[in-house]
Structure formats: structure tokens, C-alpha cells
Design a protein around this ligand. Structure first.
Ligand SMILES: [Zn+2]
Length: 337
């Protein structure tokens, strides 16, 4: 790399504009294509019936739910109101499955993602699995990392009701000493109300704030299904306030047809400043880790092209962390100037 490249054109800025990343189930799927550390499947919403087996089949039959996808059926049964106990069992089984997932030893896309962003950035996840939080934890000492927020809750996330802390169950609040409490998981519901749960509402507010200051938005593996209509509207309300909106940049990482992705997110994309990519490795975060704002704004405002810094191809976690810590050290040097 990169000491040379850093000197050429991508010296870190002291306060770059935030980069916001939205993660959907497709991101966890892409990050763990061969499953988690124990080869357990990372399910998309429509894979959940495989995990739930007969309990789900029975509930669909008993409730006469219409022949639709999992999310619509779940939402329909919930609205029906007569199957509360069975639905609680389904929610419990889903939670327990996600709780059992573990990170592999070797570097994953989630390691690259948390290390490829900085303190002012935020990753907002719609996923319940614990793997993003685990990647955040194991890389915490490498450099400043982005904030992590859970828009639908997460099985391993715990926080303090009074203080905004990113923790895990059984940990204590560093500010008041109280035991952290586990956040709720939000299950499919056509009428989702994010204000019903104070912790989830707090995460929504923080993401909204960042989006309204951001320059860069990456939507990774998130299709924004019909049941998330409200979620998309909330995100858009903040994103249209971004100060550099005319220049701002949207990047979509998704395996679906690119025209379909563009159509889905059309309201989010100002003046065709978008890129639709099929893998994380083609993204700005992989190619310009920890420097996405410097790269894009130099290109957009000054017409200056920069050489790519990544992707980092380290085979082991130690090697990966050493690679990213060199970039992080440049940031500290710059701050001292
Ligand atoms: Zn506290």
C-alpha cells in the first residue's frame, strides 16, 4: 500500500463528512456465504421457515394464513390476534437461533466494514444477528470505529436505559454502573411503530441525525420490503436534509438486477450520483477504506482522482488489523498537525 498513496492524495481530513451504511439481511448473507463460524446458515427473511420447521408449518395451517412470503404471513398472523402464544414460541426460536451464531476465526466482510469506516460514520443494521457487533468488539483496539445502531433490534445488543451505550448483556454501564438491558427485536409488522420501544427509538434518532449530515450513503443487502415502508420514509426524511445533497453519493450493494435497485431507491439518489455494485469488494469502503469522504469529495469538487488503497487481502485477522492500523495511525498523525 499505501504510505505513498496516503502522501499523494488521500491524507486523512480532521473532520470528514459522515458515511452512513444501511445493512439488510443480504449483507449478513454475503458476509457469511458459507455460514457462520460453525457453518450455520445466515437466513434471509424467507429462509426462516427452514429454521422453524414444523412449528411454523403448523401455525400457518392453523391460522389459515394466506399463501404469501414469511414476512407477510407473520404480519398477517400477528394482526389476526388469536395466536399470541404460538407466535411467541416462533419469536423465541428465531432469537435463540441468532444467539447461537459465531464469527469465524478468519477475517470477514464485517471486519472490513467496521475497520473501513471511522468514528464519525455509522452502520445502521436491520439485522438481528450478533455478528456485526462481534466484529466491532474484536477490532475495537485497532483504530476509531464507526457507531453501530440496530433499527430492528439485535439479539446480542444491550444498553443502559439512561445512557447511550453500545454493550452486551451482563455488561455494566460505564456511566452509572447499572447492568445493561437487552434490546427488543422487532418482528414483521405492517404497522411498525419505532417509538414504542425507547431503545430502538434512540437508535433511529441517532441514524437520522447522521444521515442529515452525511455525504455518503451505502445500502448493503437491504431491499426495503413493503413491510418496511415506514422505515424507508424515515430514512429518506433525514437523507434529503444532507448539506451536500447535490453532490452526495449513494452506493447500493446488491446481487439483484441493477435497474431494479435503482428504481427501488430512486428517491434516495440525487442527480444519478449512484453506483450499483454486486459485491462489497467493489465498494468505496473496500477500495478507499477509512478515506471514502476524502476520495469522493476530491473527485467531485476538485476533479482529483485518487489511487485505490484497498481492498486489503490479509488472510489472517492479525494481518488485517495490522493493515488497517497503519491507516488509523495516519489519522492520529494528521490530528496532531
Ligand atoms: Zn447508565
Amino acid at each position: 500500500m499505501n504510505a505513498e498513496i496516503e502522501q499523494l492524495g488521500l491524507k486523512p481530513w480532521n473532520s470528514p463528512q459522515p458515511h452512513v451504511v444501511i445493512l439488510g439481511a443480504g449483507a449478513s448473507k454475503a458476509a457469511f456465504l458459507n455460514g457462520d463460524g460453525n457453518s450455520k446458515l445466515l437466513p434471509l427473511m424467507n429462509d426462516l421457515p427452514i429454521i422453524l420447521g414444523d412449528d411454523w408449518k403448523r401455525l400457518v395451517k392453523d391460522s389459515h394464513a394466506p399463501d404469501e412470503d414469511f414476512e407477510s404471513q407473520f404480519s398477517w398472523i400477528k394482526a389476526n390476534g388469536n395466536f399470541k402464544e404460538q407466535l411467541s414460541l416462533i419469536e423465541f426460536t428465531i432469537g435463540r437461533y441468532f444467539q447461537s451464531l459465531e464469527l469465524p476465526q478468519q477475517p470477514t466482510i464485517y471486519d472490513h466494514l467496521v475497520l473501513g469506516l471511522r468514528r464519525q460514520d455509522v452502520i445502521a443494521s436491520f439485522n438481528w444477528d450478533p455478528l456485526l457487533l462481534m466484529a466491532h468488539k474484536r477490532n475495537r483496539n485497532v483504530g476509531t470505529l464507526p457507531d453501530i445502531r440496530f433499527l430492528h433490534g439485535c439479539v446480542s445488543f444491550a444498553t443502559c436505559v439512561d445512557h447511550d451505550v453500545l454493550g452486551s448483556p451482563a455488561e455494566y454501564c460505564p456511566q452509572c454502573g447499572k447492568t445493561l438491558v437487552g434490546g427488543k427485536m422487532l418482528f414483521p409488522d405492517g404497522q411498525k411503530d419505532y417509538a414504542e420501544d425507547a431503545v430502538i427509538q434512540r437508535d433511529w434518532n441517532e441514524v437520522g441525525k447522521k444521515l442529515s449530515e452525511a455525504f455518503h450513503l451505502t445500502i448493503f443487502g437491504y431491499a426495503g420490503p413493503a413491510s418496511d415502508f415506514k422505515a424507508k420514509e424515515l430514512l429518506l426524511q433525514s437523507w434529503v436534509k444532507a448539506p451536500l445533497r447535490d453532490l452526495s453519493h449513494v452506493e447500493i450493494i446488491n446481487t439483484e438486477d441493477s435497474a431494479k435497485s435503482r428504481e427501488r431507491w430512486a428517491k434516495f439518489i440525487p442527480y444519478q450520483h449512484d453506483m450499483v455494485l454486486s459485491t462489497f469488494w467493489e465498494s468505496s469502503i473496500a477500495k478507499f477504506p477509512r478515506r471514502t469522504a476524502e476520495w469522493k469529495l476530491q473527485a467531485s469538487i476538485n476533479g482529483m482522482q485518487s489511487d485505490e488503497i484497498g481492498p486489503c487481502e490479509a488472510a489472517s485477522l492479525t494481518e488485517l488489523q495490522a493493515w488497517y492500523s497503519r491507516l488509523a495511525r495516519e489519522e492520529i498523525k494528521q490530528l496532531k498537525h
